[in-house]
Design a protein around this ligand. Structure first.
Ligand code: SDX
Length: 426
C-alpha cells in the first residue's frame, strides 16, 4: 500500500527514491530494502526505535494517544467484555468467534492441557530454589522433545496444533513451576473448569482439601491476562520472530521469547516494581529520594514501571489495572498501603519536569504486581504470569510470520568499529 515516495539526496546531488508504505493506522514506513544497492549505505538504528521489522495485522499501538488495538478492538472494550480464551481465538484467527467456533476452540484447548508425565520429573530435577522463570524457559524449550512427530514448521497442521498445545500447556507448566518451588504436589488440570479457573486450581488447590474458587479473583486474573496478551513488536515478540525466522520450531521460538521477557527492562519489571515499592515502604527510602535516584544519570537505577518505547502518554493497560486495584483490593484483601504509595509515586512524577519532558508515564508493569500479590501469586511468579498471558501473542506473531510472503531469515547489519585488517604476527 503506497502512493508516497521519499527521495534521499547525497552531498554530490545524487538522488535515490524510496516508496513509503502506508498501513491501516500509524506512520508510513520508508521501504529501504534496496537502500544499499542505491546508496551504498545501511541504516543505523540501535534499539530499532524507528525501524519497522514486519507487516502485522495483530495489534496496533498509538503511543501518542495511549491506544492499544487487538485486531482492531480497543483494549478497554476487550478487558471489559471479553474472556482470555476468546482473545486467544481473536489473536490467532483475526475475528471474534461465533458461539459454535468458541465452543470448538475451547474443547480443542482442553484436549491439550495435560503434559507428558516426564515433564513432572523434568521440573523436579531443578533445585528447590530455582527461579520459576528459569524452570519455565527450560521446560517450554524442552517441550519440542515430546512432539518430534508434529514440529514440521512447513506443515500448517503442525503449526496449528503447536499453537494450541502452547496455549493449553503454559498454565499447567507455570503451576508446576510454582508447586515445585513450594515443595507442594502438582495438581492435574480439571477440564470441567474454565481456562483461568483451571489455572487457579492447579496453582492453589492441594490434594488434602477441596479448592474454593473466587469468581472475583478469577475475573481479576482474566483481565490481567487479557491486558498482557499481545503488544506489537516488543522485545520478546521480536525475539520470537527472529528465532522463528531461522526455521526454529515453535517451542524453541517461544522459549526464546520467555528468555527475553525475563529482563527487568521488559517483563521482569513487574517484580522489580514491587521490590522498589517495598524498598520505599520498608527501608526508609522516600518517594523524593527514589525519584532523585531515577533522575541521577550517575545512578543506574530507573523508576521501574515507568516509561515506554512507544507510549508517550498513559499506557491504557496501566489505567485499567489501576482501576482493578481501586475496585478489588478490599474484596481481595490486597495491600492497600502499597497501592496508596504507588498512587503517590505516580502523582509525584506527573508533577516533575524530568518525567514530563521525557513523557514517562506508568506502564503495564507499574500496578500489575499489586493485583498479582492480592491474588496470592508470589513475586517470583510475576513474570511467569506475564509469559503465560503473552504466549498467545508470541505464537500469533510466529504464525503470522510463516504466512508472510516477505518472510525471510532476520539478519541485521552493523557499523564495524574494530581493528582495521591486519596480519597475524610472523
Ligand atoms: C514492558 O515494548 C513493549 O511493548 C513492552 C511491554 C509489552 O507489553 O511487551 O509494554 C512491556 O516491557 C513495559 C516496560 C517495563 N519496563 C520498565 O518499567 C523498566 C523501566 N523503564 C525503562 O527502563 C524504559 O522506560 C524502557 C525500557 C521501558 C524504555 O526505554 P527506552 O525507550 O529505550 O527509553 P530511553 O532509555 O531512551 O529513555 C529516554 C529517557 C532517558 O533519559 P535521557 O537520556 O533522555 O536524559 O528517559 C529516561 C532515560 O534515562 N528514562 C527513565 C526511565 N525510562 C526512561 N528515567 C528514569 N526512570 C525510568 N523508568
Amino acid at each position: 500500500m503506497t502512493n508516497r515516495t521519499f527521495t534521499l539526496t547525497d552531498q554530490d546531488g545524487k538522488s535515490s527514491e524510496f516508496d513509503v508504505l502506508e498501513g491501516t493506522h500509524g506512520p508510513g514506513c520508508i521501504a529501504i530494502s534496496d537502500l544499499y544497492a542505491k546508496t551504498g549505505c545501511f541504516t543505523y538504528d540501535p534499539g530499532f526505535g524507528a525501524t519497522g521489522s514486519c507487516k502485522s495485522a495483530i495489534s496496533f499501538i498509538n503511543g501518542e494517544e495511549g491506544i492499544l488495538l487487538h485486531r482492531g478492538y480497543p483494549i478497554d472494550q476487550l478487558a471489559e467484555k471479553s474472556s482470555y480464551l476468546e482473545i486467544c481465538y481473536l489473536l490467532l484467527n483475526g475475528e471474534l468467534p461465533t458461539k459454535p467456533e468458541f465452543a470448538e476452540f475451547d474443547n480443542t484447548i482442553k484436549q491439550h492441557t495435560m503434559v507428558h508425565e516426564n515433564i513432572r520429573d523434568f521440573i523436579n530435577g531443578f533445585r528447590y530454589d530455582a527461579h520459576p522463570m528459569a524452570m519455565l524457559v527450560g521446560t517450554v524449550g524442552a517441550l519440542s522433545s515430546f512432539y518430534h512427530d508434529s514440529i514440521d514448521i512447513s506443515n500448517p497442521e503442525h503449526r496449528e496444533i503447536s499453537a494450541h498445545r502452547l496455549i493449553a500447556k503454559l498454565p499447567t507448566i507455570a503451576s508446576y513451576c510454582y508447586k515445585h518451588h513450594r515443595g507442594l504436589p502438582f495438581m492435574y488440570p480439571d477440564n470441567s473448569l474454565g481456562y483461568v479457573e483451571n489455572f487457579m486450581q492447579m496453582m492453589f488447590a492441594v490434594p488434602a482439601q477441596d479448592y474454593v474458587q473466587s469468581p472475583t479473583a478469577a475475573r481479576a486474573l482474566e483481565v490481567m491476562m487479557i491486558l498482557h496478551a499481545d503488544h506489537e513488536q516488543n522485545a520478546s515478540t521480536s525475539t520470537v520472530r527472529l528465532a522463528g525466522s531461522s526455521g526454529a520450531n515453535p517451542f524453541a521460538s517461544i522459549a526464546a521469547g520467555i528468555a527475553s521477557l525475563w529482563g527487568p527492562a521488559h517483563g521482569g519489571a513487574n517484580e522489580a516494581v514491587i521490590n522498589m515499592l517495598d524498598s520505599i515502604y520498608n527501608s526508609g527510602e522516600t518517594i523524593e529520594t527514589t525519584i532523585a535516584r531515577a533522575k541521577d544519570k550517575n545512578d543506574p537505577f530507573r523508576l521501574m514501571g515507568f516509561g515506554h518505547r512507544v507510549y508517550k502518554n498513559f499506557d491504557p493497560r496501566a489505567k485499567i489495572i489501576a482501576g482493578l486495584c481501586h475496585d478489588l483490593l478490599d474484596e481481595l484483601g490486597g495491600d492497600q498501603p502499597m497501592f496508596d504509595l504507588a498512587l503517590e509515586l505516580e502523582q509525584a512524577t506527573l508533577a516533575d519536569d524530568y518525567f514530563r519532558e521525557r513523557r514517562l508515564y506508568p506502564n503495564v508493569d507499574f500496578y500489575s504486581g499489586i493485583i498479582l500479590r492480592a491474588l496470592n501469586i508470589p513475586m517470583n511468579m510475576f513474570t511467569v504470569m506475564f509469559a503465560m498471558a503473552r504466549t498467545v501473542g508470541w505464537i500469533s506473531h510466529w504464525l503470522e510470520m510463516h504466512h508472510d510472503p516477505e518472510f525471510r531469515i532476520g539478519r541485521p547489519r552493523q557499523i564495524y568499529t574494530g581493528h582495521a585488517k591486519r596480519d597475524y604476527p610472523s
